[in-house]
Design a protein around this ligand. Sequence first.
Ligand code: ATP
Ligand code: MG
Length: 431
Amino acid sequence: MKVIPRDQHCISRKHISDSALKVMARLRDGGHQAYLVGGAVRDLLLGGHPKDFDVATDATPEAVHALFRNSRIIGRRFRIVHVRFGREIIEVTTFRGHHDNDAPQTAENGGNHSRQSASGLLLRDNVYGTLEEDAVRRDLTVNALYYDSGTFEVFDHVHGLRDLERRSICIIGDPAVRFTEDPVRMLRVMRFAAKLGFRIDRDTARAIPGCAHLLAEIPAARLFDEFLKLFLSGHAAATLELLLQHKLLQYLFPGTAHSLQRDMHTLALVRAAMTNTDQRVAADKPVTPAFLLAALLWPAADRQARHLQEHGEPPIPAMHHAAQETIAEATRHISIPRRFSQPMREIWEFQLRLEQRRGRRAAELVDHRRFRAAYDFLLLREQAGEETGGLGAWWTDFQQLPMEQRLQQLAADKGGRGGRRPRKRRTNEAT
Ligand code: ATP
Ligand code: MG
């Protein structure tokens, strides 16, 4: 274990949340160890501002809970304690140990096991350990640094500091073993490499092709949680490129990954959606997964809608059915809660209504609650090179007019470029 004294690192208590400092001080006063850990230490050492502060301790969840009135124990697989200070939550995790079931009980782990059984409720994964054991159970070396706010020291058991300096994303231990234990770690590698702008360690990267298929076993709900972190944290564009490079996108969105290989428009559309999302995050504007999902799944929905139209279904029902099928297919891999799939369908179905520039209905579309997202999505399709006959520009001008003038404009347009046009087929789509 390497110990880095206060004058040899750049972490200052000034940049740590008062609540986290309070939690650690009280734990220490109670005779426990307590450290800041994970993303907070990593980001502080990189000179950034952590978004949340996690604490690791040798105190059991019950002991932590007993020390803080404003706390509750959550989780089953991993029991952790949330200590609440107004809107801020400090997550306190008990050091995790090895949980080899067949291992004989030794003097070293005996205490943990008895404590574990005493509480009765603990599951297998809630085996407690020492700081060293806790460090090697974490995913990346740069995520396994500990800061003691009492002595101001940093503890490094897995060469995390070296990898921060090398700007390298490196799995702790044997990558194949760690990916097999939890395949989501492969996605976390992509996420942190993109977020930090680090390169992926060679051995870590080399283990991915052999383990990637294990992602197919991950429950759809957990993949959705990870999807949110991958694409809504402000580094979606970079994350996408890494997922493509390491052939992992196909485990989240197989249909999209397939389209990407045969259709340049899909790549342009998905890239544009990611870049727009990143820009919105950077500007502190709200972002919704529905819009991103609409872009990711549009190629499949659009293709299916055309197919149904070629078989005689009118455009609106064709899009409706295509949406249904596309969502059903996608959710076999990644769950999409209804509160996101519903607006996503509306964005798609709205694309057809935007093509009809006629009558009072068109004039009223602008005031529809889904207009903004649908219009943004139309611009995205154009940005990706889809030919729409200047539809985006038309709506850009049109929506700025007061209702009276919208109606006049529609009357003037009559017989001109308004109305239904057959949509142009994409030229570079493989048949
Ligand atoms: P950020 O919060 O900035 O996204 P973080 O590093 O805090 O980054 P979290 O997802 O909040 O990431 O996880 C907290 C810590 O828990 C990580 O730093 C890591 O040490 C550990 N951890 C999280 N998920 C796993 C996992 N699947 N396997 C092993 N360790 C993990
Ligand atoms: Mg965190």
